[in-house]
Design a binder for this molecule. Structure first.
Ligand code: FAD
Length: 311
């Protein structure tokens, strides 16, 4: 059997975790899931057994505790492989598990063929390079790049088994102590259906007023490029890209963003991209579904005015 760590948000498994379940099933073995804190319905995702770890100390994210629980469960079940989503949490927990178990970790995989040795395709350099790797390990540890594997439903009867893990003080040394609200007006960048994002072309911190106005009208989150966070115009939590947040909205509106590889690495899950840029030759035009060529300082307020008029 293979074991998959499943992350959840608002009572549902997250999409990157469902993508990890889909790739894990391609090994052709029974799939068990580990859920931390509380259970979610996994009946559509080919999970034979959902193990739910319950413990009073698991109210907030504690990566070592998660790694300890995942490692012990993998030992108890004699799992032949362990998977997680290649999210910040998934990669962190799996890196800690790899260090504890002395096993190699293959991060950000998008395809595999069963071995031995197992052959994996990994996303490298923010998605600009695909690596073919052979993983020779008694228990491959694999994370799955978010939004690179389509979720395939597989209705199955899932048994739920609750258990209370034993945790040491050391397991709980690193944990989330506090959540600080992001500047995106309460709409999470990772979950927003629409993201309005600004780049260096916005020109200044104050220039973001028109981006925020449009985002407010569209019930969207505000994002930005690294040029913007480096200039101190927006906090790092708003940054989209390889070293920022990976977004998956229905529409991503890129205003004054050139479309560097490292920025586009955060947009793999975006269904449609609208580029607003004064340069018709900017690299983002290669990925954009729609483009408006012109000065964003005229175009963005014009879109907001038109939305107001329509209402
Ligand atoms: C290791 C590494 C990691 C990185 N990680 C990230 C990351 O996570 N996210 C990220 O974004 N970047 C990242 N970068 C930086 C990335 O390489 C680019 O430098 C950055 O994305 C550029 O930001 P930009 O598009 O806002 O700026 P620019 O590349 O300077 O583009 C500005 C654009 O605005 C347009 N423009 C200017 N004025 C106007 C106007 N008035 N109206 C309309 N358009 C206008 C220009 O035509 C241009 O296309 C990383 C780089 C490295 C080396």
């Amino acid at each position: 059997m293979v074991l998959v760590l499943v992350e959840q948000s608002e009572g549902k498994a997250t999409d990157p975790s469902l993508q990890a379940l889909t790739l894990a099933r391609s090994l052709g073995k029974p799939v068990h899931a580990l859920l931390i804190g509380s259970g979610v319905d996994l009946g559509q995702h080919g999970v034979a057994v959902a193990h739910v770890a319950e413990h009073p100390a698991l109210g907030s994210f504690a990566p070592d505790a998660w790694a300890a629980i995942l490692g012990h469960l993998a030992d108890d079940l004699n799992a032949s492989a362990v998977f997680a989503a290649g999210t910040e949490r998934g990669n962190e927990v799996m890196a800690r598990l790899a260090a504890r178990a002395g096993l190699p970790l293959a991060a950000n995989c998008i395809a595999l063929s069963p071995g031995p040795p197992l052959t994996l395709t990994r996303l490298r350099w923010g998605g600009s390079l695909l690596e073919e790797a052979r993983l020779d390990s008694p228990r491959p540890l694999i994370t799955v790049a978010p939004y690179a594997v389509p979720i395939e439903p597989a209705p199955t009867e899932t048994n739920v088994e609750k258990f209370t893990p034993e945790l040491s003080e050391a397991d709980l040394l690193v944990r989330v102590a506090e959540h600080v609200g992001a500047s995106t007006g309460g709409i999470s960048l990772t979950e927003a259906k629409v993201v309005v994002s600004g780049g260096r072309g916005v020109g200044s911190k104050e220039g973001f007023a028109i981006i925020e106005e449009l985002a407010g009208l569209l019930n969207a989150a505000v994002g930005c490029s690294r040029a913007v966070t480096s200039a101190g115009w927006r906090p790092h939590t708003d940054q989209v890209g390889q070293t920022g947040t990976k977004v998956a909205p229905d529409v991503y509106i890129a205003c004054g963003i050139s479309g560097a590889t490292q920025h586009m690495a955060g947009l793999k899950g975006a269904k449609r991209i609208l580029a607003i840029n004064s340069d018709g030759e900017a690299p983002i035009m290669l990925s954009a579904d729609y483009a408006v060529i012109g000065d964003l300082k005229e175009i963005v307020p014009a879109i907001s005015a038109e939305i107001r008029k329509q209402r």
